[in-house]
Design a protein around this ligand. Structure first.
Ligand SMILES: Nc1ncnc2c1ncn2[C@@H]1O[C@H](COP(=O)(O)OP(=O)(O)OP(=O)(O)O)[C@@H](O)[C@H]1O
Ligand SMILES: [Mg+2]
Length: 297
C-alpha cells in the first residue's frame, strides 16, 4: 500500500525574536534600539528533530505531545506551509481543511475582499472558537460582524482588529459620525471589550492595546485612502505577526510603515498617483532603512 505521508529525517530549526518593548510615542518607539532589535533574530531552537515516519494510505495519525513539543510545526511541515531545515517531506494527496491549516500558522488574516456578511461572521466565529495558537487579524466584515464580546472566546492576547470608522460604528452599534467625532474613544471601547489590539484607521490612526496603551500615527497621505489600501495594511500586519512580533508592536510597525509607504509613493508619483497594490513593494526598503537608523535609546 502506498504511503500517504513520508517523513525522512525531518528537522526544523526556528529563529527566535526578542520581545523587549519600552516606548511612549509611535515615532520615537519605532526608531528606538529595542524595537529595531525586535526585528532581529537572536537565537535558534530546534522545534522538530530527526523525525522519520511513514503513514500508510487509509490510516489515521494523531499527533500528541505537551505544549511546545513541535506538534504544530510537524503539521506545518506536512501541510507544506513551512519547509524542513533538513530531511524530506512527501505527501501523496491533498491537505486542505481550513481549521487545520490555521492551526499550523503563526498568523491568520481574515476579512479583506469578503462580501457575504453571514458567511464571514460564521467563519470568524469558528476560527475564534477553534484556533489556539496563531495571531488573528480581523479586518473589514470579519471585525464589523463580530459580537462585542467575541474576543473573550478566542485566542486571548493575539487578536488585532483594523477597522475604519464605518466598520467600527457597526461593531459598536453607534453612528459613523460619532466614531469620526471621537475615534480614540471608540477604539478604547472596542479594545476593552474584545480584548485585543485595535488599529482605528483614518487620516490619523490610533493603535490601542488591550491594556489601554495608546499610540497615534500621523504618518501617511490622502492617497492612502484608495481602494485596497486597508487590505495591504492588514497584510503587512499579518506578515509581522507571522515573524513573531508581539501584537501591539506589530500593529504599530505596520501602521507606521504603511503610512511611510504612502508618503514615499506620493513623493515619487504625486498625491493620488499610486495604487494600493504598489504599497507592499515599498515595505522591505522601509524596513531596511529602519534597521540602518541610528539607535536612540
Ligand atoms: N486622509 C488620509 N490620510 C492618510 N491616510 C488615510 C487617509 N484616509 C485613509 N487613510 C488610510 O488608508 C487606509 C484605508 O483603509 P480602509 O480599510 O478604509 O480602506 P480599504 O480597505 O481600501 O477600503 P474598504 O475597507 O472601504 O473596502 C487606512 O490605513 C487609513 O488609515
Ligand atoms: Mg478596508
Amino acid at each position: 500500500m502506498a504511503n500517504a505521508i513520508e517523513l525522512t529525517n525531518v528537522s526544523k530549526v526556528y529563529r527566535r525574536y526578542s520581545r523587549k518593548r519600552q516606548f511612549a510615542t509611535l515615532k520615537s518607539a519605532l526608531l528606538s534600539r529595542s524595537l529595531v532589535r525586535d526585528l532581529n533574530p537572536e537565537e535558534t531552537f530546534p522545534a522538530v528533530q530527526d523525525v522519520t515516519y511513514n503513514l500508510p494510505s487509509g490510516r489515521t495519525l494523531g499527533v500528541i505531545g505537551r505544549n511546545g513539543s513541535g506538534k504544530s510545526t510537524l503539521l506545518k511541515l506536512v501541510a507544506g506551509i513551512t519547509k524542513p531545515t533538513t530531511g524530506s517531506v512527501k505527501v501523496n494527496g491533498r491537505i486542505s481543511a481550513l481549521i487545520e491549516l490555521g492551526a499550523g500558522c503563526d498568523a491568520v488574516l481574515i476579512g479583506p475582499g469578503m462580501t457575504d456578511a453571514g458567511a464571514v461572521a460564521e467563519l470568524t466565529g469558528c476560527l475564534l472558537n477553534h484556533l489556539d495558537g496563531p495571531a488573528l487579524v480581523l479586518d473589514a466584515l470579519a471585525f464589523s460582524t463580530l459580537r462585542a464580546d467575541a474576543g473573550r472566546r478566542g485566542p486571548m492576547g493575539r487578536i488585532v482588529v483594523t477597522p475604519h470608522a464605518g466598520e467600527m460604528a457597526k461593531f459598536l452599534g453607534i453612528r459613523r459620525e460619532d466614531v469620526e467625532g471621537d475615534p480614540l474613544k471608540a477604539a478604547r471601547k472596542a479594545a476593552a471589550g474584545l480584548p485585543g489590539v485595535v488599529a482605528m484607521k483614518g487620516a490619523e490612526t490610533y493603535v490601542v492595546s488591550e491594556d489601554g496603551e495608546v499610540l497615534l500615527s500621523r504618518n501617511g497621505c490622502i492617497g492612502l485612502a484608495t481602494s485596497g489600501s486597508g487590505d495591504t495594511l492588514a497584510g503587512i500586519l499579518a506578515g509581522l505577526l507571522a515573524r513573531g512580533t508581539q501584537p501591539v508592536l506589530a500593529t504599530a510597525w505596520a501602521v507606521y510603515m504603511h503610512g511611510q509607504a504612502g508618503t514615499d509613493l506620493a513623493k515619487e508619483r504625486g498625491e493620488f498617483g499610486f495604487l494600493a497594490r504598489e504599497i507592499p513593494a515599498e515595505i522591505p526598503r522601509i524596513m531596511m532603512g529602519l534597521r540602518a537608523a541610528p539607535a536612540t535609546g
